[in-house]
Design a protein around this ligand. Structure first.
Ligand code: ADP
Ligand code: 5GP
Length: 189
């Protein structure tokens, strides 16, 4: 079986950009599609980027114990990893890649121990992080405020992760990410 490969960081650090690149390059990888209650962004696809759920659907799944972990990442916005998703991808023999918040990353690591590796995507500075978040143009002023408010605490999780991937120059970050993935894909757990 292959490792569970968890990319984590504050919103805007570049997780999605890096993870998309890796998924397009390595057939051995597959993305753990999370469930979420936030609204879909225009380019996003249900079942590919997220399983977008209503709050009612969300509560039903939590009651039924369907989640390996979940977090209210922002007020009234829930995100979680479905047990069925990990099982499905592991059964296909894939290296499962996650793009999740720092607390979710810690939970999965605690559950899976050495079968999981946490990779902290580090922005060059908080100021650059906030610029990227703004520049992405996906957030309202209100959601931007919530994301920035949470980022300061999230940045403190760098030291709790197994690996740190600096995302300053994107081309260099992608190259370093590829090196990490190639090493991880060579390990059986
Ligand atoms: P996350 O998934 O961590 O929230 P994204 O991958 O959506 O972050 O990246 C946030 C924004 O920053 C996006 O607009 C993305 O194109 C941009 N971005 C990502 N990495 C870099 C980089 N190294 N340099 C400049 N812009 C970047
Ligand atoms: P976004 O709304 O920008 O897609 O994601 C917001 C935050 O939620 C990001 O930090 C993202 O990594 C995190 N997230 C996405 N899916 C999950 C999940 O399944 N569990 C947890 N705990 N966080 C998630």
């Amino acid at each position: 079986m292959r490792k569970l490969i968890i990319f984590t960081a504050p919103s805007g650090a570049g997780k999605t950009t890096i993870v998309r690149h890796l998924l397009s390059k390595y057939d051995e990888l597959a993305f753990s599609v999370s469930a979420a209650t936030r609204s879909k962004r225009p380019h996003e696809v249900h079942g590919k980027d997220y399983y977008f759920l209503s709050l009612e659907e969300w509560y039903k799944k939590t009651e039924e114990g369907d989640f390996l972990e979940w977090e209210e990442v922002y007020q009234d916005q829930y995100y979680g990893t479905l047990k069925s998703e990990i099982q499905r991808l592991r059964n296909l023999g894939k290296g499962v890649v996650f793009d999740i918040d720092v607390k979710g990353a810690m939970n999965i690591k605690e559950n899976y121990g050495d079968e999981a590796v946490t990779i902290f995507v580090k922005p060059p500075s908080p100021a650059v992080l906030f610029e990227r978040l703004r520049g992405r143009q996906t957030e309202t002023e209100d959601s931007l405020r919530k994301r920035i408010a949470r980022a300061t605490e999230e940045l403190t999780y760098e030291s709790k992760c197994d690996l740190v991937l600096l995302n300053d120059d994107l081309a260099i970050a992608l190259q370093n990410a590829e090196e990490i993935i190639e090493k991880l894909l060579a390990i059986e757990v």
